[in-house]
Design a protein around this ligand. Structure first.
Ligand SMILES: Cc1cc2nc3c(=O)[nH]c(=O)nc-3n(C[C@H](O)[C@H](O)[C@H](O)COP(=O)(O)OP(=O)(O)OC[C@H]3O[C@@H](n4cnc5c(N)ncnc54)[C@H](O)[C@@H]3O)c2cc1C
Length: 384
């Protein structure tokens, strides 16, 4: 039986494994990470590559190392050009990914990665059994680090998405690449960081017209969470003031800035839209259908029609509890405590049940609005 099994080898799983190996000195042979991706962090790379992220939104001290200036030191030692941007020192995706690759290599995480999907978790004597599509694994403790698992697809697109490959989600399994985009027109629906970066990237590389279609105006904000929430002690104090689950949920939701983008990115979008490479459109899609010639026809709230060859949905992730059946069955069988919003109601050490720990989006009622972000992984590692 293992001592620790981390379910999910994404940003959070890798950061937790780093702390377990280096700070808690857990022996390598008693730790594994299970994830269906070909290597640790494959899902993060896929999403950020699809969105053509150039610079992360978070500052340089948010990374997967254990010392706060590890990323800056790494960039300096390796002379990475244009590694950081602006007052927040936002790391380029290139430096962030090179650093994480280096950590994965240094920690030997590839050898600890079991390529499989966890399908069922059950309590056994002295620990847990995780059934995967590649066999079962037993461990005394497990950490659920599965990220956000459900894509938000506006209902008007659900039908057309099932029937053909003209509409893709930015964070779906498929690439937003040349083979998909072809040379025709593309409409990107949404206006968060992913949508904005994707629109900017395509406005430079794609041969056809690019439109960014959003139902709200540009919302400028350096970070997607109000200040102060990245500090563990401040977060604890604020959360203690909302001890009741529903009040906690509304406090967390009020602390977020959904659909916002950094001011510099907003300026870039406006500058690009003055040329003919990018069009910014305001509107809500009320109906979507595929025409006989294969084009996608969108009817907007003001009655106008937009015809396009491809649609990219940059509409983010569902807000409901991540994990699907894996977590639903676990909650039902173990009668785990949850808030009315369905999210885990956790102990201080992020333990949901004896030896069952939780991080990432699933831990947001205990860690606050930064829980799903990179800094949230460091906060969780400290608590676990
Ligand atoms: C485009 C983009 C840009 C972002 N930029 C920033 C930023 O600049 N700063 C910031 O702080 N945050 C940012 N975020 C938010 C957040 O940091 C990321 O979403 C991050 O990937 C969350 O880490 P995670 O480990 O929870 O999820 P993920 O990185 O998605 O990892 C979850 C892993 O769990 C695996 N998994 C899921 N279910 C199972 C299962 N049943 N069995 C086994 N494995 C499973 C998945 O395959 C995946 O590899 C960004 C998010 C996106 C999408």
């Amino acid at each position: 039986m293992l001592s620790w099994l981390v379910i999910g080898a994404g940003i959070h799983g890798v950061r937790i494994a780093h702390s377990l190996l280096v700070e808690s000195r857990v022996p390598r042979e008693s730790l594994r990470l299970v994830d269906p991706g070909p290597e640790p962090l494959a899902r993060w790379r896929h999403c950020t590559e699809n969105a053509r992220i150039r610079y992360l939104r978070s500052p340089s001290v948010h990374h997967l190392g254990v010392r706060s200036h590890a990323l800056e030191e790494f960039a300096r030692e390796n002379r990475v050009p244009q590694a950081f941007l602006g007052g927040f020192n936002r790391p380029s995706r290139q430096v962030f990914d090179t650093h994480t690759r280096h950590l994965v290599e240094e920690l030997g995480l590839r050898e600890l990665h079991v390529r499989a999907m966890a399908q069922r978790i059950e309590r056994i004597e002295g620990g847990w059994r995780v059934e995967t599509d590649g066999g079962s694994i037993e461990s005394r403790r497990i950490v659920l680090a599965i990220g956000r698992t459900g894509l938000a697809v506006p209902p008007v697109f659900q039908g057309v998405m099932c029937r053909n490959d003209r509409v893709r989600h930015l964070y779906g399994d498929d690439p937003i690449d040349e083979a998909f985009l072809g040379e025709g027109s593309v409409v990107i629906v949404g206006l968060g960081l992913g949508a904005a970066e994707c629109a900017l990237g395509l406005s430079k590389s794609h041969r056809g017209p690019v439109t960014l279609l959003a139902r709200h105006d540009l919302r400028r904000a350096a970070l997607d969470v109000r200040p102060g929430w990245e500090d563990l002690r401040k977060t604890k104090r604020r959360l203690h003031r909302a001890p009741e689950p529903s009040a906690r949920r509304s406090l967390i939701d009020r602390s977020r800035k959904p659909g916002s983008i950094p001011p510099r990115t907003a300026d870039e979008l406006l500058a690009r839209a003055r040329g003919d490479q990018l069009q910014l459109r305001h509107g809500t899609v009320e109906a979507a259908e595929i025409l006989e010639d294969g084009a996608v026809q969108l009817r907007l709230g003001d009655g106008s029609i937009e015809r396009t060859d491809r649609v990219v949905l940059a509409t983010g992730f569902k807000r409901s509890r991540p994990g699907g059946r894996l977590v639903d069955d676990l909650v039902a069988e173990r009668e785990l405590p949850t808030a009315p919003c369905g999210y885990p109601w956790l102990g201080e050490d992020l333990q949901w049940d004896k030896g069952l720990f939780v991080t990432g989006a699933l831990a947001e009622l205990a860690l606050g609005p930064q829980a799903p972000n990179i800094i949230g992984a460091a906060m969780a590692a400290r608590r676990i």
